[in-house]
Write a protein that binds this ligand. Structure first.
Ligand SMILES: [Zn+2]
Length: 131
């Protein structure tokens, strides 16, 4: 079974990925089944929590509402997106940014995992300013 992408415990947000038990490659979003590393024949994945901090690799804003089923705020407010590099895992995780605009972001700055509500209510993980 594929685990949920994130969990919030005591107000602290964690991304949940999977790690190949043979070569230790980390996958996010979590995946099950065979390892995609071409040099690995592993077929077992274990759940793993990812680093809660990373550095901005790239960023942009989304000035147009994504198509349905995404539920956008009315009127639509542009959202900030960041691709954040997690050094320990060697992966880049794209996510929405809470509380920062593109003018406030720069490549290499540190962001920390947080969470916030989408326009239609559900809580999701987001990148936020590092405390
Ligand atoms: Zn592997």
């Amino acid at each position: 079974m594929v685990p949920p992408w994130f969990t919030v415990e005591g107000g602290v947000t964690h991304l949940v990925g999977t790690r190949c038990t043979a070569c230790r490659t980390v996958y996010f979003p979590p995946q099950q089944g065979f390892c995609r590393n071409p040099h690995c024949e592993g077929e077992a994945m274990e759940e793993t929590r990812l680093s809660r901090r990373g550095t901005v690799w790239s960023y942009t804003n989304a000035c147009y509402a994504p198509p349905e089923p995404f539920v956008a705020a009315q009127p639509y407010t542009p959202v900030t997106l960041a691709a954040v590099e997690l050094a320990d895992e060697g992966i880049i995780v794209l996510g929405q940014v809470a509380g920062l605009t593109v003018e406030q972001l720069e490549v290499g700055m540190e962001l920390e995992l947080t969470h916030g509500p989408l326009a239609d209510g559900p809580l999701v993980w987001m990148w936020g300013a590092a405390s």
